[in-house]
Design a binder for this molecule. Structure first.
Ligand SMILES: Nc1ncnc2c1ncn2[C@@H]1O[C@H](COP(=O)(O)OP(=O)(O)OP(=O)(O)O)[C@@H](O)[C@H]1O
Length: 366
């Protein structure tokens, strides 16, 4: 492999449906032994990218798919790639039969397949389920079987098309952790497509943000998730409050997460009233929604709407009436980075805010 980088990638990849360009990726490489998350909203082109990488697209595709640095053919890719889809497909028979079926499909004898699959069955905790009828499994169990089947093949390339999206949060967290552990040290190049930044954080060293068929940002996951480059990527990453200079009196557009944006409910809530203090903006209270674990408060400002999130239940008596003039305090915000990435990232720890301000935010999903 001298001079060629092991893994999968593409060069000048473009996908069209009729005249519409669905995807344009000038260059992408996922090295053997590493995981890339492709994070994007619905319709961004994530599945289009996976299908194109497997040369399985039904659309017009141009450019090169590279396997270990060389242009790949469909048959080379068929041998190299295993895909796990959003909905697990279980064949008739037991869990054990399903796990070995990927190897059997590739011509491995039943005996050899059992020997090779067993460490993966153990690693993914499927031991107690091996004798079960695979069609009687819950969706979480079936997805675990589907991932184990893929890993047992020892694929050079593993494509994961939102396999965790139908799972409850505990099942998803457990499976993500087990998969990450299982992939560690393996020579597999893995691509996870997802719309969930928490999955990217849990599984992938690197993340690419895909919006409208183009990669807007690409780099180490923690860095990409915490440094939105523009309003679209900020929204994708949970920085849904946009604070232009006209609103804050500052010099850069800032973005903030709802959980770092709160109504000033009492004077003791902090010194948020200095002139031009970017931690404080004014607006009109539009509505409040009790979410159980938090109270959401929407505020209209001269530059659009802001969402505030207060932990726990805020009593109605503590909240000003709808239509009141209110002040909103921004406890942490980021400057949108520019293309040259030299613009300073502005982080604003609020008074008494002891949270770390670097690194990805492990905030709750709203
Ligand atoms: N035959 C087609 N003609 C026109 N547009 C198409 C066609 N097939 C797909 N598209 C469009 O391509 C875009 C990308 O679709 P794709 O399924 O790759 O997105 P995605 O990021 O995987 O979305 P999701 O998260 O919703 O699955 C979408 O806007 C979709 O409407």
């Amino acid at each position: 492999m001298s001079g060629l980088s092991a893994g999968i990638g593409c060069r000048g990849l473009r996908v069209h449906a009729g005249r519409r360009e669905l995807l344009s990726v000038p260059e992408l490489h996922v090295a053997a032994g590493s995981t890339l998350a492709v994070l994007g909203p619905n319709g961004a082109g994530k599945s289009t990218l996976l299908r194109a990488l497997g040369l399985l697209s039904s659309h017009r595709v141009s450019g090169e798919i590279l396997l270990d640095g060389r242009p790949a053919t469909r048959s080379l890719l068929r041998d190299a790639i295993v895909a796990v889809l959003q909905r697990p497909i279980m064949r008739r028979g037991t869990v054990a039969a399903n796990v070995i079926s990927g190897l059997r499909f590739r011509g491995v004898s039943r005996r050899e397949a059992r020997i090779r699959a067993w460490p993966w069955i153990e690693a993914l905790g499927l031991g107690p389920l091996v004798g079960r009828d695979a069609r009687s499994l819950s969706i979480g169990e079936a997805q675990r079987v589907s991932i184990t089947r893929a890993l047992a093949v020892g694929p050079r390339v593993l494509l994961l098309d939102e396999p965790f999206s139908g799972l409850d949060s505990t099942t998803r967290a457990d499976l993500l952790a087990d998969l990450r552990a299982a992939l560690t040290g393996q020579p597999t190049a893995t691509i996870l497509v997802t719309h969930d930044r928490h999955e990217a954080l849990a599984l992938a060293e690197d993340t690419a943000l895909l919006i409208d068929g183009r990669i807007r940002q690409h780099g180490p996951t923690a860095e990409v998730l915490d440094r939105p480059g523009d309003a679209d990527t900020a929204r994708l990453l949970g920085y849904t409050n946009l604070l232009p200079p006209a609103l804050t009196g500052g010099t850069h557009t800032l973005v903030a997460r709802p959980e770092h944006t709160q109504l000033v409910l009492a004077p003791s809530d902090g010194p948020a009233d200095q002139a031009h203090d970017v931690r404080s903006v004014t607006g009109t209270l539009r509505r409040t929604v009790a979410l159980g674990v938090a109270t959401r408060v929407d505020v209209d400002t001269s530059a659009g709407s802001l969402t505030c999130l207060h932990p726990g239940d805020v009593l109605a008596t503590e909240l000003p009436p709808i239509g009141s003039d209110v002040r909103v305090r921004i406890r942490q915000a980021r400057s949108l980075i520019t293309a040259d990435r030299d613009e300073p990232t502005e982080t604003l720890p609020g008074p008494g805010d002891r949270q770390g301000t670097r690194g990805p935010a492990f905030d709750s999903e709203l």
